[in-house]
Design a protein around this ligand. Structure first.
Ligand code: IMP
Ligand code: MG
Length: 185
């Protein structure tokens, strides 16, 4: 638990260590580089959760990508999706005719990503794909398959590597299951 004892105290179990994350992100970057050869996709980072994954991933992609950021909210302060998605910060550029890769931290119910995929399709993107760090298939409410993902995880609330609980734990280098007593109290 090294020198970050304070954050790790609230972690029940580490699910994915930073070395594993780093290897998976590298492989994903190589895969995207191959799949988009000759193209210049717009990489859309969904703030804030995907930010850590995003900055690591784009540096493993050997293509002239556009960096774009979008902020949506569906969660509020709890651990359950409210089902409503709101755009709080939109892109700066037009996606019409462009290849879009949405970069997300986790697919849980699938509500956020199905909403975003529809929005980019409506705006006339040439293609829309989803790259997610984590996939939690047990909790899907809408049918959604990520085109790229690094890890499938069980039905537990996780934090770290960008993922938060109440805006905390994003700077934890590993991905861990949060102790339930933290959000149950
Ligand atoms: P969805 O719309 O239910 O798929 O939820 C997507 C969003 O919920 C993600 O972008 C996360 O911000 C958040 N979320 C879902 N599961 C977790 C989790 O286990 N830990 C932290 N955030 C989560
Ligand atoms: Mg979040």
């Amino acid at each position: 638990m090294e020198n970050r004892g304070r954050l790790y105290q609230d972690i029940q179990e580490i699910l994915v260590r930073k070395e594993e994350i780093s290897n998976a992100v590298k492989m994903l970057g190589e895969m995207i580089t191959r799949d988009y050869e000759g193209k210049s996709p717009i990489m859309v980072c969904i703030l804030k959760g995907a930010s850590v994954f995003y900055v690591d991933l784009i540096r493993e992609i050997d293509l002239p990508v556009n960096m774009e950021f979008m902020m949506v909210s569906s969660y509020g302060h709890g651990t359950q999706s409210t089902g409503n998605v709101m755009i709080r910060k939109d892109l700066d550029i037009d996606v019409h005719g462009r290849d879009v890769i949405i970069v997300e931290d986790i697919v849980d119910t699938g509500i956020t990503l199905s909403f975003l995929s529809k929005i980019f399709a409506q705006r006339g993107a040439a293609s829309v794909k989803i790259a997610t760090l984590l996939d939690k298939p047990a909790r899907r409410k809408v049918e959604l398959k990520a085109d790229y993902f690094c890890f499938t995880i069980p039905d537990a609330f996780v934090v770290g590597y960008g993922l938060d609980y109440d805006e905390k734990y994003r700077n934890l280098p590993d991905i861990g299951i949060l102790k339930p007593e933290i959000y149950e109290k």
